[in-house]
Design a protein around this ligand. Structure first.
Ligand SMILES: [Zn+2]
Length: 92
């Protein structure tokens, strides 16, 4: 028990023993990091990065976007779909 606690408190211990908690690079929100990045629902090339090949909106864990910007992305994609700039879905 005491041994476990010590492992957790040791800052040099990198937790390599469990593959579930492998060192992962923290994804940073593309919209927060790039000030010049303006999300535009009329720009399908830009929005393509936030949907998968089926046209589904990618989750935050994949895009790395923050909550605020993920909401903006979602709105932009939905607008783009409505004006037929992006597909709702693709065939097969
Ligand atoms: Zn953000």
């Amino acid at each position: 028990m005491a041994d476990k606690k010590q492992k957790r408190d040791n800052k040099n211990y990198d937790g390599d023993y469990n593959p579930k908690y492998r060192k992962q690079r923290k994804k940073v929100c593309v919209l927060c990091s790039d000030k010049n990045f303006v999300l535009d629902y009329k720009n399908p090339e830009q929005l393509r990065k936030f949907v998968n090949d089926k046209g589904k909106i990618l989750p935050r864990r994949t895009t790395g976007a923050c909550a605020k910007h993920q909401r903006d992305i979602t709105t932009a994609i939905k607008r783009a779909r409505h004006i037929a700039v992006l597909p709702y879905t693709t065939k097969d």
